[in-house]
Design a protein around this ligand. Structure first.
Ligand code: PAF
Length: 298
């Protein structure tokens, strides 16, 4: 095992570090509170690159005023240990004022696929995400960057931004890591009460049920009654539903999947259990996306 990851907190040092390195740089952007899902990403990037970089930055630009930025879990010591175990070379952990100095007024915004699903309920969120990811790409200049597919909409938005702006980085999606009972790993799971934690896997079960039905009869039209059934069931379990939708990929438009030629799509949900917001999704026919130049790794 290597010694310790280096820690850099300033933009100037980050630029200097990058200028001094040649070789393959792999990058995992995070907001910290690392869990086993992040650890998987870090180990994957470590095994493929000369240098692995982890960023830890709770990005204020992607939180809305009522979303409690100050309550987002932070534990640098624990994250450092995780990074050390995953043999990360460098942790970039800047302060807010380093990345958003006074008079900051330039943003990056994807304007199509960022509109539905989370975009509808968290206006400005994806603009904040695209802006910070673009800034981090500028500073770190990775050749490969990994994103977890639990945030699938985020993955497709970043991928679109990279294509649209001709950025020289390969975006790879890594399948969601799940608990034994199917609950997607998330930094927010720690907020679930024992009772909520017990109910939480029902969300993934609902997505699986929808997937099964769609794959059994790909022509299914309209798809809404099928979603409605699962939606009512989730409500019965005590979930508050923000959205439960099935959309086409990579367009995020209405989903039509002809029998002879099943089309890629996403079944995605955002729900609340008590105060905790959970998101999850299943990608339908991912091979079709690989054929179209998207990169997913297992
Ligand atoms: O997925 C996240 O943790 C964040 O949205 C990201 C990509 C690190 C940007 O702040």
């Amino acid at each position: 095992m290597r010694s310790f990851p280096e820690v850099i907190t300033s933009v100037a040092e980050m630029k200097q570090w990058r200028r001094s390195k040649t070789g393959l740089v792999g990058f995992v952007p995070t907001m910290g509170a690392l869990h086993a899902g992040h650890e998987t990403l870090l180990k994957k990037i470590r095994s493929r690159c000369d240098f692995s970089i982890l960023s830890i930055f709770v990005n204020p630009a992607q939180f809305r005023p009522h979303e409690d930025l100050s309550k987002y879990p932070r534990n640098f010591e624990k994250d450092f240990e995780t990074a050390k175990q995953a043999e990360v070379d460098l942790i970039f952990a800047p302060t807010s004022t380093e990345l958003y100095p006074p008079n900051f007024s330039t943003f990056a915004e994807e304007t199509s696929i960022s509109q539905p699903l989370c975009g509808q309920y968290r206006p400005g969120h994806f603009r904040g995400v695209a802006t910070i990811v673009l800034k981090l790409f500028q500073l770190i200049q990775p050749q490969i960057a990994l994103f977890g597919l639990k945030d699938a909409q985020q993955f497709f938005i970043i991928d679109r931004m990279v294509r649209d702006l001709h950025l020289d980085v390969r975006i790879e999606g890594v399948p969601t890591l799940r608990e034994k009972d199917g609950l997607a790993r998330s930094s927010r799971n720690i907020y679930l009460s024992p009772e909520e934690r017990e109910k939480a896997p029902q969300l993934y079960q609902a997505l699986l049920t929808i997937q099964k039905k769609i794959e059994e009869q790909p022509c299914l039209h309209p798809i809404d009654p099928l979603l409605e059934e699962s939606l009512q069931l989730l409500k019965k379990y005590g979930f508050k539903i923000e959205y439960l939708e099935c959309l086409s990929l990579p367009e995020f438009k209405s989903f039509v999947s002809p029998l002879q030629n099943p089309a890629p799509g996403i079944i995605a949900a955002a729900v609340y259990l008590g105060q905790t917001r959970l998101i999850d999704n299943i990608i339908l026919y991912p091979q079709k996306l690989l054929d179209r130049g998207f990169h997913f790794i297992s």
